[in-house]
Design a protein around this ligand. Structure first.
Ligand SMILES: [Zn+2]
Length: 128
């Protein structure tokens, strides 16, 4: 269960970030998952829904999961290929000498939290 361990990591980050801004509740969290993580979004959301109930801070959190596409920079011509496929070649010159520059990270990009006295939104860089 690949998604389960990733969901655990996401809930951990969200709870930690929420606690760091003294939230009483995390209302929403946006999660960006790289294409190379090979996540089934539905499975991940299911796991998040189960795991979030373990912590009062994240119990009612609405998770938004978006997949970050694969980004490859060609070593031969410098072109950056952005793709949703598992295709490790430059789309211009067809060279397979490419560096992966995007699509392999897991990131909690935004949290919406409810604090004691007021509501506020906070940006965070909860990179895993
Ligand atoms: Zn190229």
């Amino acid at each position: 269960m690949h998604e389960l361990s990733i969901a655990q990591e996401i809930v951990r980050i969200v709870a930690k970030e929420g606690a760091s801004v003294h939230a009483v509740r995390v209302i929403g969290a946006s999660v960006s998952v790289g294409r190379l993580m090979a996540i089934e979004t539905d499975n991940l959301l299911f796991c998040l829904d189960v795991l979030k109930k373990n912590d009062p801070l994240t119990e009612h959190t609405v998770f938004m999961v978006e997949e970050e596409r694969l980004q490859l920079r060609c070593k031969a011509c410098g072109h950056v290929t952005v793709t949703g496929e598992f295709l490790f070649a430059c789309e211009v010159c067809r060279s397979q000498g490419v560096d992966v520059i995007g699509g392999e990270q897991l990131e909690v990009s935004c949290l919406e939290v409810e604090c004691d006295e007021d509501w506020r939104e906070t940006e965070c860089d909860g990179e895993a």
